[in-house]
Design a protein around this ligand. Structure first.
Ligand SMILES: Nc1ncnc2c1ncn2[C@@H]1O[C@H](COP(=O)(O)OP(=O)(O)OP(=O)(O)O)[C@@H](O)[C@H]1O
Ligand SMILES: [Mg+2]
Length: 296
């Protein structure tokens, strides 16, 4: 078996700061791989490097054996890498359905003339888009919200819509940046169910950045801990949590303290404002688990 994604001696520097410093790892097909580490460890920067928003200072990334570190973000998306953002990035003045249709846009192969004339090829593509998006709506239980403006939705629902937009791309690799940030305990548990369904029912490989160690332990096959841009250790969630370097990174070296890194209650470690409506009820959040998975 070949790795789906390979990160080789990856580094990026911003001025004098080494945000990512010689990081290497590979992700195997159908695994859930998590990146953990204190604020500023370089986790989101690695996502930005994989999705093409940043160019590495040195090292490279391959996806299905192809070097992607010099490609543009839309080219990387088209190869099958989708992501969510640490701060939700949606079109607030568009409906849930419209936001999800945007997720399909990178797979559009008709040209402007075909679209203008609404040729059979355009019609077929449009119907395929709609079908995929409707499957995602069903999978994530978003039917109730499909025609509502995103801007008026509770934070927890917008978080699911963003996940839906990434899934609408039918990615091979899904990057989730802090999927539980701002969610309550019950909603976070729902996220763990989504991730398991995404892995088992949809067969999508997941790379996740997460501070909630409960969620990390529940869903991750392997975990890589980072600190100040450098790799600390890689292993199972339990191995990584017990590693002395990880304990030190989180607790500042207090040797007698208990080992597990403490979960951060709300997200947005990059200065984002705390989410509004973070404690909405389960029913209102739209985070209910789908009854029977669903296949795309
Ligand atoms: N575009 C940029 N320009 C300058 N510095 C940056 C840039 N992007 C990230 N950094 C810096 O790189 C370091 C790593 O940031 P990054 O956002 O990757 O951390 P993180 O591990 O995701 O942290 P958090 O858990 O708080 O989200 C930080 O010191 C950050 O300030
Ligand atoms: Mg981050």
């Amino acid at each position: 078996m070949k790795p789906l994604l390979q990160v080789e001696h990856l580094s990026v520097q911003f001025g004098g700061l080494k945000a990512v410093d010689d990081v290497s790892f590979e992700i195997w097909p159908n695994e859930v791989f998590s990146l953990i580490g204190p604020n500023g460890a370089g986790k989101t920067t690695i996502f930005n490097l994989i999705s093409g928003l940043y160019q590495p200072s040195s090292g490279f990334i391959t996806f299905e054996g192809e070097k992607i570190s010099a490609l543009a973000p839309y080219e990387i998306a088209r190869l099958g890498i989708a992501r969510t953002f640490q701060n939700i990035e949606l079109f607030e003045h568009a409906t849930v359905l419209q936001n999800l249709l945007v997720g399909r846009h990178c797979h559009r192969h008709t040209n402007w003339l075909q679209d203008l004339l609404f040729t059979p090829a355009t019609r077929r593509a449009e119907m395929q888009f709609r079908r995929t998006v409707e499957e995602v709506i069903e999978f994530l239980d978003l039917q109730h919200y499909r025609d509502q403006m995103v801007g008026g939705l509770p934070y927890g629902v917008r978080k699911v819509v963003e996940l839906g937009r990434a899934l609408a791309m039918r990615p091979k690799l899904l990057l989730l940046d802090e999927p539980s940030s701002g969610l309550n305990v019950e909603e976070t548990e729902d996220v763990s169910f989504w991730i398991e369904d995404i892995k088992h029912d949809l067969g999508i490989t997941v790379l996740m950045v997460e501070h909630d160690m409960g969620l990390v332990s529940r869903v991750s096959d392997r975990v890589l801990a980072l600190n100040q841009g450098e790799m600390l250790t890689l292993g199972t969630a339990a191995e990584v949590q017990a590693h002395p370097d990880v304990v030190e990174a989180y607790l500042g070296g207090a040797e007698d303290d208990p080992p597990p890194p403490t979960p951060r209650p709300t997200g947005g470690g990059d200065g984002s404002s705390p989410p509004a409506g973070g404690s909405m009820s389960h029913a209102a959040s739209g985070l209910g688990r789908p009854g029977a998975g669903g296949g795309q």
